[in-house]
Write a protein that binds this ligand. Structure first.
Ligand SMILES: Nc1ncnc2c1ncn2[C@@H]1O[C@H](CCC(=O)c2cccc(C(=O)O)c2)[C@@H](O)[C@H]1O
Ligand SMILES: [Zn+2]
Length: 361
C-alpha cells in the first residue's frame, strides 16, 4: 500500500528548538482519539490471531500480504475489504479480544481517552448474541481501563449501506435499557455516502438523541458539502466524521466555526480511500483558517498503514506546528470529546504539564 507516513526523523516544526523531532514529542503527548473504528483498528497482530481461530477466512495473516490486501482502489473496495475483516469476528470471545487489544494499541500511543466507533449490527446480524456482544465490549472496556489506564467510550454506528433495517437494529440496541452498554455515548452513521442520503436516518437519530446520545455521523467524506448540511440539519450532528468537502462551501465553514461543530479529520484515511488526492491537497489548512475546531484522528489505522501519532506528525507538517501547536490540537480533541467537564479539565491539564516539562530546558 502507499506509505503515507511522514518520513521518520523529518522535522515537522519550524520550532525555536530547530533540531527537535516532533515524533518524540508526539509519542509522549497524552491524547484523545475521537474517530477510530473498532474493527478498523484490528492490527496485523490481532488479525493474525483472529484468522488463526477461523482458518477458513480469506484474510491473509502474513503482514506483507496484509499490506497488499489493505491497498484500496476506491472507497467501495475499502468497504469490501473491511467487511472481510468483519467476517473474522464470530464469537463474543473474538469481540473481547479485539476490543482489549485495540485498547492496548491505543495506550501504547499515550491515548488516554478514545471514542471507538462500533457497528453492533454487523455482529448481531452474523449471529453473535446481542447481550453477549454488549458484555464482551464492556468487559474489555473495564479491563483496559484498569490495566492500561485508557478510558474507552462507544459510538454505535449505522452501516448506512445496509439500509433502514440496520438503522432500526442499531437504534434498538443503543436505546434498550436492558442492552445499552454503560460506555455508550454517541450515535453515528458510516459506510458509503453515495446513494445513501443522510435525511432518511433522521427518525433513528431523533430516537438516539432523545435517549441521551450525541450525534456524530460521517458526512462529506465521499460526497459534497450538502451532505454535511444534511448531517447538521437532519441528524443534528454535534461533530462531523471527516467533513472533508466542507472546504468547498465557505458558508458551511463559517457555520461549523460559529457553532463549534468539530471536524474529525483523518488525513491518511482520506488519501487511502481516494477522498483526497494527496496530503498536500488536504483541506485541513482551510478548516483551521476558517476557525473550525479541528481534531486529528486515525479512522482505521492498520488498514491505512498509520496510527494516531503518525496523523499528528502529518498535521504538524501540513499546519506548520511546533510543540505548543501540537498540544493545542490535542486539546481540541479533548474539548470536542464527550468526556464530562472534570474529565476534560484533567486531560487538558495533563497535556499542558507534559508540554511545559518538555519545553523546559
Ligand atoms: N472511513 C470510513 N467511512 C465510512 N465508514 C467507515 C469508515 N471506516 C470504517 N467504516 C465502517 O464501515 C462500516 C460500513 C459497513 C457496511 O457498509 C456494511 C454494509 C452492508 C452490510 C454490512 C454488514 O455488516 O452486514 C455492513 C460503517 O458502519 C463504518 O463503521
Ligand atoms: Zn470513519
Amino acid at each position: 500500500m502507499t506509505d503515507n507516513r511522514t518520513a521518520p526523523g523529518a522535522s515537522a516544526m519550524p520550532s525555536t528548538s530547530g533540531t527537535r523531532d516532533p515524533h518524540a514529542f508526539i509519542a509522549g503527548l497524552p491524547k484523545a482519539e475521537l474517530h477510530v473504528h473498532h474493527v478498523g483498528s484490528a492490527s496485523p497482530r490481532i488479525v493474525a490471531e483472529l484468522a488463526a481461530r477461523h482458518p477458513d477466512s480469506k484474510v491473509p495473516t502474513d503482514p506483507e500480504a496484509l499490506a497488499d490486501y489493505f491497498t484500496f482502489t476506491d472507497f467501495a473496495h475499502f468497504i469490501q475489504v473491511y467487511l472481510s475483516v468483519v467476517d473474522l469476528i464470530r464469537t463474543p470471545e473474538d469481540v473481547r479480544l479485539l476490543t482489549f487489544e485495540v485498547a492496548r494499541d491505543l495506550a501504547r500511543q499515550q491515548v488516554r481517552y478514545a471514542e471507538l466507533t462500533v457497528t453492533p449490527y454487523s455482529s448481531t446480524r452474523r449471529g453473535i448474541d446481542e447481550r453477549a456482544f454488549m458484555e464482551a465490549i464492556e468487559d474489555a472496556r473495564k479491563a483496559a481501563e484498569s490495566e492500561f489506564g485508557t478510558v474507552l467510550r462507544w459510538c454505535f454506528d449505522i452501516p448506512g449501506e445496509a439500509g433502514l433495517v440496520s438503522a432500526e437494529e442499531t437504534v434498538r440496541l443503543a436505546t434498550d435499557d436492558r442492552l445499552r452498554p454503560e460506555g455508550l455515548v454517541s450515535f453515528g452513521l458510516g459506510g458509503p455516502e453515495i446513494g445513501v442520503p443522510r435525511p432518511q436516518f433522521k427518525p433513528y437519530f431523533d430516537r438516539a438523541i432523545a435517549a441521551g446520545l450525541r450525534s456524530v455521523p460521517h458526512a462529506g467524506e465521499t460526497t459534497g458539502p450538502e451532505t454535511v448540511w444534511d448531517a447538521l440539519t437532519e441528524l443534528r450532528a454535534e461533530r462531523i466524521g471527516h467533513g472533508t468537502s466542507s472546504a468547498q462551501d465557505p458558508k458551511l465553514l463559517a457555520h461549523l466555526a460559529e457553532h463549534r461543530v468539530a471536524l474529525e479529520v483523518c488525513p491518511t484515511s482520506n488519501i487511502a480511500t481516494r477522498a483526497v488526492r494527496t496530503l498536500d491537497e488536504h483541506p485541513i489548512k482551510e478548516f483551521v483558517r476558517a476557525g473550525v475546531l479541528v481534531t486529528i484522528n486515525s479512522d482505521d489505522p492498520p488498514m491505512f498503514g498509520t496510527d494516531l501519532n503518525n496523523e499528528y506528525a502529518i498535521a504538524a507538517r501540513l499546519l506548520d506546528l511546533d510543540e505548543q501547536g501540537l498540544a493545542a490540537l490535542a486539546k481540541n480533541a479533548v474539548a470536542a470529546s464527550f468526556l464530562d467537564e472534570p474529565g476534560k479539565a484533567r486531560l487538558s491539564d495533563e497535556i499542558d504539564s507534559y508540554t511545559s516539562t518538555w519545553l523546559t530546558p
